[in-house]
Design a binder for this molecule. Sequence first.
Ligand SMILES: [Zn+2]
Ligand SMILES: [Zn+2]
Length: 353
Amino acid sequence: MKAAVWHGREDVRIEKVNDPPDPPPGQVQVEVEWCGICGTDLHEYLGGPLYIPLGRPHPLTGVQAPVIIGHEMSGRVVALGDGVTELAVGDRVAACPIVGCLACRWCRSASMAQCDRVAFLGTSWTGGALASRLNLNAYQCYRLSDAITDEIGALVEPFSATVRAVAQGKVSASDNVAIVGAGPIGLMALMAARIRGAKRVVAVEVAGRRIEAARTCGADDVIDPSREDPEKRARELTDGDGFDVVIECAGQPATILMAGRLTRTRGRLVIMGVFDKPAALDLTDIVYREKVVSGSMSGYGLYDETIRIMTDPRFRGDVLITDRIELDALIARGYHGLLHEKDRHVKILVRPE
Ligand SMILES: [Zn+2]
Ligand SMILES: [Zn+2]
């Protein structure tokens, strides 16, 4: 079969690889329908390896580069390993990328994403979703309802991460919420906050097309820090308080500093951005105003809820999916589109053959 294989930095090849073997006990074989390109895929391409084991096997799976990449997938179950009873051949599923050791305190307390030895589909697992087929643990597969198309199914993984972030921020009906950065994750966080019932959701963004997308996705207001003082505008929009919840989705030193300041006294700052290096918050401000800061990284455990939420009409998959490509176009059209026409694209879906 054909697959996208990461060999090294700026060296991702579309090449022929062996088909996966029959699924071992506890696993299923899935034929991939669609796989989304994620920001972390671009990080691995340009600046990797970040999570891909290079030169030493992954402690849990033994996998190391070259690896088949891709983790935001929908597909169809085509074969069952021994002992799998919860899935059937023909089931349409979305996959959770997290594979834990099953033995540590985190794995045993339904927090597998926090496992110190965690492996991840598309970086350290035996298969990746930018290929026709792969084997997955049955527990990684979540059945898609008929109301969710295969395309939307490929958005379950990234959207689940934002469902987790708004839960982490305890967003409620009385909350003013700010989303800093209206890229793919920011737009999804915006929709997740709206569907959860936030009083008002405000996007903080400078790029024109992204501002428009944020409005289409239901932002009540947009703050453009290149044109106005964001803290002053935040106070105007929130009766002088600042935001009850701020979700940082940009991963830049300037945006995290600002996100902290936009958070009200005793408000909640949730950080989803992925940072290239350590970045600063105004810690005196955090201390004096008793702001709560947390990270949020995976929608593990929230997949069924996420799939249910995605049938809400306020979930706008049509705004999120900006291109659909074949596997052969991954670099030229997929990566380059996301890197060089950033404002035009949100999610690009790839269809392996
Ligand atoms: Zn992703
Ligand atoms: Zn574990």
